[in-house]
Design a binder for this molecule. Structure first.
Ligand code: 4AD
Ligand code: MG
Length: 483
């Protein structure tokens, strides 16, 4: 097929230049064939829609026609023509078809019928060839792009923070170890412990759980920065909202207090949702219909009150509810499910850590809109959060979303050296190892704030997909690292 350049199907479908010759390449979704005509639905991933290829089986020959089956890959040359069928403007009258790759129908696992998401997870190497996963991948891309746009437009600098770290930033201890020491016979210290001095980094090292601490170092020079990188948590949570490897966006701003931080986070989330609505209409319409179909299969009391598009619009149009933790506890304590002991964890009083059932009650039942909870008890939050004057709470904020629970976690940071070291001591965080972090408080410290947005939870919300394993191409969860 000399000379003619390939055109993406997205461009072909948008074109009204009937009569012109085009070359397209893609994968066959379906083929319907009679003696005189064959209809081939071709998709190249540039857009959710297929291009209808109309072919003459007799002209193309029996041998070629036999090789064209669901999943096979073709190059098709032909003439663009006004479509006779409903649902598309143009179709392609094929003059020549080259089969790049066949897909034996006896063996190809993706047939033109509805497959369950569970089954598709087992063939994650092929599931991107379905409409659902094509839409999710494209949406993911658009949202990544929007993240960078948002910050770039506001003068934030993107900083790459390390993936291998020598510290456990959150003090949570749920890290994956990075080592080159032999498991069967590691070098030992005189006391019998493992001698990490002989390890690759000459110290213990982990995969990072967050880029925040290094992000803070950069913010205390560049003022406004953000990181967007992979993060790793070895927590054994087999839920629809946890991954062992996920992507997090962490802005960090000098001179921002907690209010500024909340304002930025709310603007950011709304910007991302609006960007998706403006740029991913085709994919969102498909996902909206998909979510509605799924909903119909659920019990009446488990159905969503709003469709996906409605939900996205609703978040855009309403201010997030801002509520101090102390007031949230009062609401929860007096709530029906708490009094009737319907919660798995009954809220007894102030100081309780909120579980996702409580967060979802506040968002979905009580306020019926996104909620920003702030000023949490210091005992349940990280060491770096700024202590409030009440001596009980810290300037933390979490944003809770319908169907998701916590989507953002952030805080104003403790910029006062004495308060910070005091807190670290109380929480048994070794100050010697964190000398570089503490140096920012020794030299030119400044009030500053930041937050982390879990990227997959965002994609979950925008796509309406129920399980976080279905919004990242190759999910890593306990027991799962195939592909
Ligand atoms: O609340 P987290 O743990 O906050 C931090 O890591 C801070 N260092 C952020 C900061 O202030 N710069 O995590 C932030 C967000 C959560 O709100 C959630 O959306 C997401 O990251 N997240 C996860 N997403 C998927 N799988 C997991 N296991 C997640 N753990 C947290
Ligand atoms: Mg959190």
């Amino acid at each position: 097929m000399a000379e003619l350049k390939r055109t993406q199907i997205k461009a072909v479908l948008a074109s009204d230049e009937t009569g012109t010759e085009v070359l397209v390449k893609g994968w066959v979704r379906t083929k319907r064939e009679s003696k005189n005509v064959a209809f081939i639905a071709l998709n190249d991933g540039s857009v959710i829609h297929n291009l209808q290829v109309v072919a003459d089986p007799q002209a193309l020959g029996e041998e070629t026609m036999r090789l064209i089956t669901t999943g096979s890959c073709l190059a098709v040359r032909g003439t663009l023509s006004e479509s006779q069928g409903a649902g598309q403007k143009v179709e392609l009258l094929a003059s020549d078809i080259e089969v790049y790759g066949t897909a034996d129908p006896e063996k190809y696992p993706l047939q033109p019928k509805k497959h369950s998401l569970e089954f598709l997870r087992e063939i994650a190497h092929l599931r991107v060839r379905t409409n659902t996963f094509g839409a999710v991948y494209r949406l993911r891309h658009a949202l990544i792009f929007a993240v960078h746009n948002f910050f770039n437009e506001r003068g934030f600098y993107n900083v790459h923070t390390p993936i291998i770290t020598g510290s456990d930033a959150e003090g949570a201890g749920e890290t994956f170890r990075v080592t080159t020491l032999p498991f069967d016979n590691p070098p030992r210290t005189d006391e019998g412990g493992i001698d990490y001095k002989k390890d690759f980094f000459e110290k213990e090292a982990n995969l990072t759980v967050s880029g925040q601490l290094e992000g803070e170092l950069a913010a205390l020079a560049l003022s406004n920065i953000y990181t967007f990188g992979p993060t790793f948590r070895a927590e054994n949570s087999n839920t629809s909202r946890h991954l062992a490897e996920f992507w997090m966006i962490e802005p960090e701003m000098a001179f921002y207090d907690l209010q500024d931080n909340m304002d930025l986070a709310e603007d950011f989330l709304k910007y991302l949702i609006r960007y998706a609505l403006d740029n991913c209409a085709d994919d969102l319409l498909f996902l909206d219909k998909r979510a509605a179909d799924e909903d119909k299969l659920k019990a009446a009391n488990e159905r969503s009150e709003m469709g996906l598009m409605e939900r996205l619009q609703f978040v855009l149009e309403n201010e997030f509810e801002r509520l101090p933790y102390t007031e949230a506890i009062e609401i929860l304590r007096n709530s029906k499910p708490n009094k009737k002991k319907k919660f798995n964890y009954v809220i007894e009083g102030w100081g309780a850590d909120l579980q996702s059932e409580h967060e979802r009650y506040l968002v979905e039942k009580h306020f019926k809109k996104p909620v920003i909870l702030f000023n949490y008890p210091k005992e349940i939050k990280a060491f770096y959060m700024r202590q409030n004057d009440d001596n009980k709470t810290v300037a933390a904020m979490d944003i809770l979303f319908p169907g998701i629970g916590e989507i953002v976690g952030g805080s104003q940071r403790e910029e006062r050296l004495d308060k910070l070291t005091e807190r670290m001591e109380a929480m048994h965080i070794p100050a010697e190892e964190m000398w570089w972090y503490l140096d920012t408080r020794r030299f030119g410290t400044a009030p500053h704030s930041g937050f982390g947005l879990g990227f997959e939870r965002l994609v979950q919300f925008v796509s309406g997909m129920g399980n976080i394993r279905d919004v990242i191409p190759f999910p890593r969860t306990p027991g799962n690292a195939e592909f």
